[in-house]
Design a protein around this ligand. Structure first.
Ligand code: 6CS
Length: 313
């Protein structure tokens, strides 16, 4: 059979690298082939998820930034300053977290999706047309966020005017001035040339980009034991690969941005400058408990326990 796998990024971006490794592993260990559909070939993120739910696609990579509207608990990744920035700790967290590996799968299953893995894609940075040193600088800034209600809350708490948009509209909206800011990991700011339409990068350390790989549940449940093992192993290999692949990627990407546009400023906020952003975390967490679905409290508690466990290792 040919299995169809869509993702939200280009072939040579992080989700594409993961998908390529998955394809390579499946094809080396079975008679199946995997057809990859990068961003732009099948429609926006919401559309590829729907196509997976309906069985047109077998595999999909969609970030909680978009899934939060469908599975409210997945919004937990947008409580600011919840995830650690240390990449090694973060990788261990994704591997070992009970919230991710045991509590999320049944919630995805209710939507017809088999959650195969979640992995980090790097520190999220703001890019804006004016410098940002604190929440006051975000005042009146129309700031694009993924279509996730808690992310909207979070940027409201940061003082901005959040503007949820699908990815395909972001470059044009920055270019025409409809929005004046957006957030993403450095590799993505570089590869999609978002530095061309913004002038300042700000590292507030408030989040790390999380993404999720899923299969159509009926398809996955219908696989032979042997094929299911091939899929599960390919996911494990691709997970390790993508963690290694990202080693040093943030700093390399920032270097490339500097080279392409020397006037771009890259500012890491000090602890003191971060404090007002950090001070919003409690209220955003409260909001998550309100809008994060039936399991919100349980997921949040488990996630915190999981984070505690990895940071004390
Ligand atoms: O900002 C976004 O919408 C996109 N950012 C990344 C890093 N991946 C996919 C997503 O669509």
């Amino acid at each position: 059979d040919t299995w169809r796998y869509a993702f939200e990024e280009a072939l040579e971006e992080v989700q594409g690298k993961f998908a390529q490794k998955f394809k390579e592993e499946v094809e080396a260990n079975s008679d199946h082939s995997v057809q990859l559909f990068p961003f732009g070939t099948l429609g926006e993120s919401d559309s590829i998820l729907e196509q997976t739910q309906s069985g047109i696609l077998q595999f999909v990579d969609q970030s909680p930034g978009f899934t939060g509207a469908l599975i409210p608990e997945a919004q937990v990744f947008f409580v600011p300053y919840l995830l650690p920035q240390d990449e090694e700790t973060l990788a261990t967290f994704f591997e070992e977290s009970k919230a991710i590996n045991e509590m999320f799968p049944p919630l995805y299953a209710e939507q017809g999706l088999e959650l195969l893995t979640m992995f980090p894609e790097g520190e999220v940075m703001m890019t804006t047309t004016e410098p940002v040193e604190g929440p006051a600088d975000l005042n009146e800034v129309k700031f694009r966020v993924m279509t996730n209600p808690l992310l909207v809350e979070s940027y409201q708490a940061f003082g901005a005017t959040p503007t949820p948009l699908p990815w395909g509209e972001v470059y044009g909206a920055l270019q025409t001035g409809i929005i004046q800011g957006q957030e993403n990991p450095a590799f993505f700011i570089e590869s999609t040339k978002m530095y061309e339409v913004t002038d300042h990068i700000t590292r507030a350390g408030h989040n790390n980009f999380t993404t999720a790989v899923m299969a159509n549940k009926e398809f996955y449940d219908g696989l032979s034991d042997e094929d299911r093992t091939v899929v599960d192993n390919a996911i494990d290999v691709a997970f390790d690969y993508i963690i290694d692949y990202q080693d040093g990627l943030t700093e390399e990407s920032l270097e490339k941005i500097k080279e392409a546009k020397p006037s771009m400023t890259i500012t890491t906020l000090t602890e003191e400058q971060r404090q007002p952003f950090m001070d919003t975390a409690d209220s955003v967490e409260q909001e998550f408990l309100e809008i994060g679905g039936d399991q919100a409290q349980a997921i949040l508690d488990q996630l915190k326990a999981d984070l505690e466990a990895v940071s004390s290792q």
